[in-house]
Write a protein that binds this ligand. Structure first.
Ligand code: SF4
Length: 654
C-alpha cells in the first residue's frame, strides 16, 4: 500500500488523444519525495535540453505535493512544471486553492501532458473516468468564466477547474493558469498550456488517502492548528505587517500600505515615491477596500483567509490573490480603486500580476520616450488608466504593439531596439522581478536574486528577518521563541546584526553567514514545494508552524518513510541540485546570475564576486554554477554527472 501519495500518475498525450494511468516507482519517492522533486526528475529524464518550450515534446506537469489532501493544514499546492517560453529554463509555479487535493482524491499524484491537441480541448477527471472533451465553445472565454461554464456543463458544482484565459490561448509569455482563489503565474506556464490546446482541467475526486501512522499524524496536525491560533493572537513585533503573522502576505486584510507604496517602485520599476502614504490616501484606499472586498477566503483546509472576493460594481465578482492588490495600481501611478477594477479583467484574461503591470508600464515609458511612436500606439487613450486597459487588451490578443509586449520586457526590448533595452531594467534571467530599487547592497538578497531559479524572490525568501532590529532588546525578544532555526548560530547572526557600522550591510551578515542563511531560506521553500505546503505557513513567515524540526515527523508519519532532519536536508539538496542541473543543461551559467544593474544604488563588485564564489562552493557547484561531479556523486546523482560530461558541460577535472 502507498501512503500519503496515491502511487499513480495520469499520462495524457494530446497529439494522440491517449490517456494512461501509470503506477509510479516508490523508490523515486524515497529519493525526491514528490511534487517539485519528482517533477524535476521527470523533466530531466524525458525532456532533452534541445526541446523548445512550444515543442510537442515539452511536458506540462500538474503535480500534487506529497502531503496534499492529507489533514495537514495548508497542504494544498499544485506544482506546475514545464519549460518556460520566457527564460527557456525550467518553470515551476505553484498555485494554492483546491485543485491538488481534489486530484489526490481522484486517485492521482500528477497529470503529465505531452503533445498538442489540434483543437481546443479540456480534460475531465472524474475519479477513474478521464475524458478529453471539446472546448471550442470556450475559446476566448475568461479563466473564471470557463471554470463556471465547465462546472455547469458537467453538472458538477464541486469540480475544481484550472483554466487559462485568452492570454494562455494566445501564448502570451506572462500567461497564468487560474484556479479558484489562486493561480500559477510565473514564467509563462499558461502559454505552454495554450500551446498544447488545453483550455482547462476539471477534476472531481471522492476517494481516500492512506496515512501510515494516523494517530501520530493527527497529533502533529493539531499542534500546528494550536500554534496558528497562538501566533494569530501574538504577531511578531517590530516587523512589517505582512511578516508579523502567518499566511501568504495577507494583503486583503491589511490597510496599512505605507511600506509597500513607499519602498517598492512605481511604473516599470521607475521611481520610488517617498512620503506617498498619508491620512487622506489611507482613508481613500480603505474605502475602496471596504466597498469592494466582499469576503475573505482561504485555500483548501486552511483557516488563514489570505484572499478575498472582490465585487466591483458593474463587473463580475472575482477572487484576488494577495499582491495584485498593489501591482496594477502602482504600475499605472493610480490608486486601489483602479487596481481592483483592472485586476478583474486581468484575472479573466489569465495573466501574471507581477510581470503584466510592469510590461504595460514599460510600454507607456517607451511611448513617452519616443521609442514607441504614435503609429505603434494608434488609438491609445490619453488618460493613464485608459492606457492600461488598452494595452492589456492588445497584449492578450497579441494585436499590433501588444504582440511584441506579449513577450515580456526582455524580449520586447530586443525586438523594438532603438534603446528600449535600457528600459527593460528590472530583469533577471530574462524575467521581470519585484519592482524594487534600493540603496545599500544586502548580501543575502544579492545571493537570492542572483541564484534563484524560481525567479520570484518572495518564493525563496523568508525565515530570517529582512532587516536588523534597531535595539538589542528587540533582538533578544525575537530570538527567545525562535524555535524554527536549524542551528542556534543563526540567533547569534541576528543578535549581532546592526543597522549601521561594522556589523551592517553590505559586509554583515558575512559572506559565510549569507551563504548559510540563503541556503536555509531556499531549502525550506523547496521542502514546501515537494510537500505541496503553502509557503505562507512554512518558508515565508518568520515564525511559522512548520519548520525543519517538525517536518520530518510529519513526512514520516504520513508516508511510513523513515525521514529525519539530515535525510530531509539531503533530499532537498538533491532536488535543488537536480533543478540546477536541468537548467545548466539548458545553458544557465554564472553570467546569467546577476541582479538588475540598478537594483541597489551602492554596489560592491569585489564583495559580490566573493559572495557568488563562496555560495557556489557551499552548494557543491563549480565556479560557473555547475554542480560538481563529486557533489553529484554524494547525492547519488551520477546519472547527472555522466550526462553533463557527455555533453561537455562538466569536464573531468571539475
Ligand atoms: S496560508 Fe493563505 S495562501 Fe496559504 S493555504 Fe492558507 S489561505 Fe491559502
Amino acid at each position: 500500500m502507498r501512503y500519503a501519495e496515491t502511487g499513480f500518475n495520469l499520462e495524457i498525450d494530446l497529439t494522440r488523444g491517449s490517456i494512461e494511468r501509470v503506477a509510479t516507482d516508490p523508490g523515486e519517492t524515497e529519493l525526491y519525495l514528490g511534487g517539485l522533486g519528482t517533477n524535476a526528475k521527470i523533466l530531466w529524464d524525458r525532456v532533452p535540453p534541445e526541446t523548445e518550450p512550444f515543442s510537442s515534446d515539452n511536458l506540462l506537469i500538474f503535480s500534487t505535493g506529497l502531503l496534499c489532501g492529507t489533514p495537514a493544514t495548508g497542504a494544498n499546492r499544485t506544482i506546475v512544471s514545464t519549460i518556460s517560453p520566457q527564460t527557456k529554463l525550467m518553470a515551476y509555479s505553484m498555485m494554492g486553492g483546491f485543485w491538488a487535493p481534489e486530484l489526490k482524491y481522484a486517485g492521482y499524484d500528477k497529470v503529465i501532458f505531452r503533445g498538442k491537441s489540434p483543437n481546443l480541448i479540456y480534460v475531465w477527471i472524474n475519479n477513474d473516468k478521464v475524458e478529453i472533451r471539446d472546448a471550442s465553445h470556450l475559446r476566448g472565454k475568461g479563466a473564471g468564466e470557463t471554470a463556471e461554464l465547465i462546472r455547469q456543463e458537467l453538472n458538477e458544482p464541486n469540480a475544481q477547474v484550472a483554466a487559462i484565459g485568452l492570454a494562455g490561448e494566445n501564448r502570451v509569455y506572462m500567461a497564468s493558469i487560474e484556479q479558484g482563489r489562486s493561480s500559477a503565474s510565473r514564467l509563462g506556464i499558461g502559454a505552454v498550456m495554450g500551446d498544447k490546446g488545453l483550455k482547462a482541467i476539471a477534476v472531481r475526486g471522492t476517494k481516500d488517502i492512506n496515512i501510515a501512522r494516523p494517530t501520530e499524524f493527527m497529533e502533529l496536525c493539531n499542534e500546528v492548528l494550536k500554534y496558528i491560533q497562538v501566533r494569530d493572537k501574538n504577531p511578531v513585533p517590530g516587523v512589517m505587517p505582512i511578516l508579523a503573522g502567518l499566511g501568504s502576505p495577507k494583503e486583503m486584510a491589511v490597510h496599512d500600505e505605507k511600506w509597500h507604496t513607499e519602498n517598492f517602485s512605481w511604473g516599470n520599476a521607475r521611481q520610488r515615491i517617498k512620503n506617498y502614504w498619508n491620512e487622506e490616501i489611507e482613508k481613500k484606499w480603505k474605502e475602496s477596500m471596504e466597498n469592494m472586498r466582499t469576503r475573505l477566503i482561504s485555500c483548501y483546509n486552511c483557516p488563514m483567509k489570505c484572499a478575498a472576493t472582490i465585487s466591483v460594481p458593474g463587473i463580475s465578482t472575482y477572487m484576488m490573490k494577495c499582491f495584485s492588490k498593489l501591482t496594477y495600481a502602482m504600475a499605472a501611478f493610480s490608486d486601489l480603486d483602479f487596481g481592483f477594477r483592472i485586476a478583474q479583467r486581468s484575472t479573466e484574461y489569465g495573466v501574471d500580476g507581477f510581470s503584466t503591470p510592469q510590461v504595460m508600464a514599460f510600454g507607456i515609458e517607451l511611448y513617452e520616450a519616443g521609442i514607441l511612436t504614435d503609429h505603434d500606439m494608434a488609438g491609445i487613450p490619453s488618460d493613464k488608466e485608459g492606457r492600461f486597459y488598452w494595452l492589456l487588451d492588445r497584449i492578450v490578443r497579441r494585436e499590433g504593439i501588444g504582440d511584441v509586449l506579449a513577450n515580456g520586457t526582455y524580449w520586447a526590448a530586443r525586438q523594438i531596439g532603438k534603446g528600449a533595452e535600457v528600459y527593460a531594467h528590472n530583469n533577471i534571467k530574462k524575467h521581470e522581478q519585484l519592482p524594487l530599487k534600493l540603496s545599500m547592497l544586502n548580501p543575502v538578497y544579492f545571493l537570492m536574486y542572483c541564484t534563484g531559479e524560481k525567479i520570484n524572490i518572495t518564493q525563496i525568501e523568508g525565515q530570517f528577518p529582512q532587516a536588523p532590529f534597531l535595539t538589542m532588546k528587540e533582538r533578544e525578544d525575537f530570538v527567545k521563541d525562535w524555535i524554527q532555526v536549524p542551528d542556534e548560530k543563526f540567533k547569534k547572526y541576528l543578535l549581532d546584526w546592526e543597522p549601521r557600522g561594522e556589523h551592517s550591510n553590505p559586509y554583515y551578515p558575512t559572506v559565510e553567514m549569507s551563504c548559510e542563511i540563503v541556503d536555509w531560506q531556499e531549502k525550506m521553500h523547496y521542502i514546501d514545494d515537494t510537500l505541496g505546503m503553502c509557503a505562507g505557513l512554512s518558508s515565508f513567515p518568520l515564525k511559522p508552524p512548520y519548520h525543519i524540526h517538525n517536518y520530518p515527523a510529519f513526512i514520516s508519519s504520513a508516508t511510513g518513510l523513515n525521514i529525519d532532519e539530515a535525510k530531509l536536508w539531503e533530499i532537498t539538496t538533491r532536488n535543488r541540485t537536480l533543478i540546477r542541473a536541468v537548467n545548466v543543461r539548458r545553458g544557465l551559467r554564472r553570467t546569467d546570475e546577476k541582479p538588475p544593474d540598478d537594483h541597489w544604488k551602492k554596489r560592491f563588485p569585489e564583495l559580490e564576486t566573493q559572495l557568488l564564489d563562496a555560495y557556489y562552493k557551499f552548494k557543491g557547484w563549480n565556479n560557473d554554477g555547475i554542480p560538481t561531479k563529486e557533489s553529484l556523486h554524494k547525492l547519488g546523482m551520477d546519472y547527472v554527472s555522466e550526462d553533463l560530461q557527455q555533453r561537455g558541460i562538466l569536464k573531468d577535472e571539475r
